[in-house]
Ligand binder design. Structure first.
Ligand code: F6P
Length: 492
C-alpha cells in the first residue's frame, strides 16, 4: 500500500536537483478579508482535495491564480507564500489576472465552452472568440510564471485540468528541453461526435500533445481522446503502448483514477474535534432522531442536484411512512456565479426545495434542509459522519471525490452510498447502490434500498469500499503518475 512517506521517498530519491512544480487554475489556499481581518481558507474542489496532501509530502511549488481579495497582501513581490498556514511545507506562487482575463479565460472559455463540452449534461457550450483570446493570453501568463519560478533549472511540471490546455505547448516553446511535463485531465473527455463541434479543437489537441504524459481518470476518456487525435491531427498512434507521436514528440496517454488521502481522513474522522463539530451540527439542524440523507456539492449543473431533490420527493411519495422519519441535508457551495446557467440552477434548486417542502412538510417537520456555506475540512468530515445515506447523483463526472471522502470518513462502517453510474467513481465503488439519476423512480428506490439495508450487508459493502480506497489512495495515484514521469529523465 502506498503511503505519504513512500511518495516522499520517491521524490527524495529520484528528483535530485530537479524542481517539482504543480500548476492549476484553482489555488489550494485563498486569503480573504473577513470583518477586516485576513483569513486563510482551503480552496474547494477535487484538484485541491487530491493534490494538497501530495504537495505537503513533496515540498514543491504550486502555481495558481490568486483570486482572493487578501492574496496580494500576504504574498511577497513574486506572488509567493508558504502554505498550509498551520504547517508551511510548500510554496504557493500566485498568478495575478485582470477582471477581463478572468472573465474570458475562466468564466468564458474554461467554464462556458470546455466544461459543458466535456460533460454530457445537455448544456450547450458557448464558444466566443474573445474568450478564446483571453484563454490563450492567460495560458501564456502561466507559462511565464512557471519559467520565472524554474529559472534555468530542470523541472518536472505537473499541470492540472482543462483551464491550461495550451500551457504544455507554451512551456516547450519557451525552453524545449527544460521541462518534463505531465498533465492530468480531471473532467471527462467526451466522445468524438461531441468534441468535434469545438472551433478550437485542433489547437487544444496540439497543446495537450506537447505533454510527455497525459492522464485521464478512466480508460473510456483516454480512448475518446485518442479517437479525437486520430480524426483531427496528423500523427502516429501506437494503440499497444497508448501513445501519440507528432512531429517527433511522443505523448503517453494513461488512465489514473484519482483518489484521496484515506489514512488522513480516517484518522481525523475519529478525532474529538470532529465529534464535537458533529454534535453541534446535529443540534443546529435538529437532526436528532431522524435518518439523515446527505448531499454535498459545488452548485453545478453536472452534479444532478435537481434530480436528487426530485428523487427525495419521489421517495416520500412512494414511501409516505418515511415522513417525519427522514431529513435530507443538502450542503452546497456557490460556484461560478457570474455564469447565467449557474444562477438559473441556483434559482431552480431554491424553487424545488420550497415546492417539495411545501408538499410534504408537517407542523413539526420539513424534509429538506438546504445550506449554502463554506465548510472547513473538519466540518466536512463531521458532516459525512452524520449521514445514514450519502447521495452522489452527478449527470456526468470525471471521478467524484465526495463519494470517496464519505466512505473514508466512515470508520464506523455505518452509512451507505447511493452513487450515479455516470461518475468515474462508480467503476471502482461497485458496492455502492448504483443509480441512474435521470430515472427518478429507480433513484428513489435506490435511496429506499440504502435506508432499509440490513446492518450486516451495509457493513460488508462499506468495508469492501473502504479497503479499495485504502489501497488505491492518493499517494498511489500520484506515485504512479510521478514514477512514469520520472522515467522520461531517469531511465530504469
Ligand atoms: O474537478 C474538476 C474541477 O474543475 C477542478 O478543476 C476544480 O478545482 C473544481 O472542479 C472546482 O471548480 P472551480 O475551480 O471552477 O470552482
Amino acid at each position: 500500500m502506498w503511503s505519504k512517506s513512500d511518495l516522499q521517498n520517491l521524490v527524495k530519491d529520484k528528483l535530485g536537483d530537479y524542481l517539482f512544480i504543480v500548476v492549476s487554475n484553482r489555488q489550494p489556499y485563498v486569503h480573504v478579508f473577513n470583518k477586516g481581518k485576513v483569513e486563510c481558507r482551503r480552496g474547494a474542489g477535487g484538484v485541491i482535495t487530491a493534490l494538497d496532501p501530495v504537495m505537503q509530502a513533496c515540498h514543491g511549488t504550486w502555481v495558481a491564480f490568486g483570486n482572493g481579495d487578501a492574496d496580494r497582501k500576504v504574498a511577497d513581490e513574486k506572488g509567493k507564500i508558504k502554505v498550509p498556514p498551520e504547517n508551511p511545507s510548500y510554496s504557493l506562487k500566485r498568478v495575478w489576472l485582470s477582471k477581463e482575463e478572468e472573465n474570458g479565460y475562466y468564466y468564458g472559455y474554461s467554464n462556458e465552452a470546455l466544461w459543458p463540452l466535456c460533460h454530457m449534461a445537455f448544456e450547450r457550450p458557448l464558444f466566443r472568440q474573445e474568450d478564446w483570446g483571453q484563454y490563450v493570453k492567460v495560458n501564456r501568463k502561466f507559462a511565464a510564471a512557471v519559467k520565472e519560478e524554474a529559472g534555468d533549472k530542470k523541472a518536472f511540471v505537473w499541470i492540472q485540468d482543462y483551464h491550461l490546455c495550451l500551457l504544455p505547448k507554451f512551456l516547450k516553446e519557451i525552453s524545449p528541453s527544460q521541462f518534463v511535463i505531465a498533465h492530468f485531465w480531471h473532467i471527462p473527455w467526451p466522445n468524438y461526435d461531441s468534441f468535434r463541434i469545438c472551433p478550437q479543437k485542433k489547437e487544444i489537441l496540439e497543446g495537450l500533445l506537447a505533454n510527455d504524459l497525459l492522464g485521464f481518470h478512466i480508460r473510456n476518456h483516454r480512448d475518446n481522446f485518442i479517437e479525437a487525435v486520430d480524426r483531427e491531427i496528423e500523427s502516429k498512434i501506437d494503440r499497444e503502448k497508448f501513445s501519440v507521436t507528432r512531429q517527433d514528440h511522443e505523448t503517453l496517454i494513461r488512465p489514473y483514477p484519482i483518489s484521496i488521502d484515506f489514512e488522513g481522513i480516517n484518522r481525523i474522522s475519529v478525532s474529538a474535534e470532529v465529534l464535537k463539530i458533529q454534535e453541534a451540527l446535529v443540534e443546529e439542524f435538529r437532526l436528532g432522531g431522524y435518518k439523515v440523507l446527505l448531499g454535498l456539492d459545488r452548485i453545478d449543473y453536472t452534479k444532478g442536484i435537481p434530480e436528487r431533490l426530485l428523487a427525495v420527493d419521489g421517495l416520500l411519495e412512494r414511501h409516505p411512512e418515511l415522513k417525519e422519519k427522514v431529513v435530507f441535508l443538502q450542503m452546497g457551495e456557490l460556484s461560478r456565479i457570474h455564469i447565467p446557467k449557474y444562477k438559473e440552477l441556483n434559482d431552480e434548486i431554491n424553487a424545488l426545495v420550497e415546492e417539495i417542502n411545501w408538499k410534504h412538510s408537517t407542523d413539526t417537520w420539513e424534509p429538506i434542509i438546504l445550506v449554502r456555506r463554506h465548510l472547513s475540512f473538519l466540518d466536512l468530515i463531521a458532516f459525512y459522519r452524520m449521514g445514514d445515506v450519502c447521495l452522489v447523483s452527478s449527470l456526468h463526472d470525471g471521478m467524484n471525490l465526495v463519494a470517496k471522502e464519505f466512505v473514508a470518513s466512515r470508520s464506523d462502517e455505518q452509512g451507505m452510498l447511493v452513487l450515479s453510474q455516470f461518475t468515474g467513481a462508480s467503476r471502482e465503488l461497485t458496492d455502492a447502490i448504483l443509480v441512474n439519476p435521470y430515472d427518478r423512480e429507480q433513484f428513489s428506490e435506490g435511496i429506499f434500498f440504502a435506508l432499509s439495508m440490513p446492518d450486516e450487508e451495509r457493513k460488508k459493502r462499506m468495508s469492501k469500499m473502504r479497503d479499495l480506497i485504502q489501497q488505491h489512495n492518493i499517494f498511489r495515484w500520484s506515485g504512479k503518475v510521478l514514477s512514469e514521469l520520472l522515467k522520461f529523465e531517469f531511465k530504469e
